[in-house]
Ligand binder design. Structure first.
Ligand code: SF4
Ligand code: SF4
Length: 292
């Protein structure tokens, strides 16, 4: 399709019909996905999605004041008050400047980012990076909207995405805790393919380091593989080793599968059980997570 015609269509279409088109696109991508993610097709065409080098989601806390079913950061399934430190945010900014990375979009996520005890300091550090080094960077804060007293004080230069959640059952959430590796039909897929979250949301950073997506960081928190990059990856690092590790456990890899009750497959039940024992955090040899 000629570029001018694409631009014309984008300009003319209403938001509603754009959403319909985007749903159609998701439907079609879903339709071909069982074949597209086979090893043989992936070998020929390469992975369906690649990790972003322009956008990043930072899970500044895993604390949350809601307990949604199928939370893909496990805030309901394995509550935690872990926060990123200000030093870690400073390290991220220093690494970005040293590597001359001018992010297109930095999103503060979680958990509920407004629960971070130093949320305003975190924002100030990022605004400073924006003003002094990368004026076109957009900084987002993604919130469930419950912390109104904090939200009122967020500077106007921050774009707030408020999902306005109130209850545990969320329309549109996927079956995150049904691991593809536990289902026969996914056993032989090539997990390097990732999913559209790689493209739509960007790479991830949490208190353990960098991941191809922030969801993978939330999975590592529970399983304890400690496979985060401890330094900002080079642009040509596709992070395939991490995709192979995490996508096989992540329900988003599967065909779009909306669910609003809680369901878990074997791998996740075992992992949460292990996580919930104090032994796991204090003594277990499988606890290998080290800080960013
Ligand atoms: S509000 Fe977000 S982070 Fe909190 S439990 Fe719900 S989905 Fe998870
Ligand atoms: S870990 Fe999950 S969200 Fe991230 S790329 Fe893999 S399937 Fe997608």
């Amino acid at each position: 399709m000629p570029i001018f015609y694409k631009k014309y269509i984008k300009h003319r279409l209403s938001l509603k019909s754009q959403t319909t088109l985007s749903n159609l696109r998701i439907f079609l991508l879903d339709l071909i996905r069982p074949i597209r993610t086979t090893r043989i097709i992936t070998k020929i065409l390469g992975p369906q999605y690649k990790r972003s080098i322009k956008d990043i989601e930072i899970d500044i806390t895993y604390d949350c004041n809601l307990r949604c079913f199928n939370c893909n950061r496990s805030c309901r399934q394995a509550p935690s008050k872990e926060n990123m430190s200000l030093e870690q945010i400073e390290k991220f900014i220093k690494e970005s400047i040293d590597k001359n990375i001018k992010w297109r979009k930095i999103s503060l996520v979680g958990g509920e980012p407004c629960l971070h005890p130093n949320i305003f300091e975190v924002i100030n550090l990022l605004l400073n990076y924006k003003q002094k080094f990368s004026i076109n960077t957009e900084i987002y804060l993604v919130t469930n909207g419950l912390m109104k007293e904090v939200l009122e004080k967020i500077p106007q230069s921050i774009k707030v995405i408020n999902s306005a959640k109130e209850i545990s059952a969320q329309d549109g959430f996927e079956s995150f805790n049904i691991a593809p590796i536990d289902l026969k039909k996914y056993k032989n897929k090539d997990f390097k393919n990732g999913c559209r979250i790689l493209k739509d949301c960007g790479m991830g950073l949490n208190m353990y380091g960098y991941y191809p997506c922030a969801v993978a960081g939330g999975i590592d928190r529970i399983f304890g593989f400690n496979s985060a990059r401890k330094h900002l990856p080079e642009k040509n690092d596709q992070m395939f080793d991490q995709l192979n590790t995490f996508c096989k456990l992540c329900g988003h890899f599967k065909k779009h599968d909306v669910i609003n009750s809680e369901k878990m497959s074997k791998s996740w039940k075992e992992a949460y059980l292990k996580y919930s024992t104090k032994d796991f955090l204090l003594k277990s040899k499988s606890t290998k997570l080290t800080k960013y």
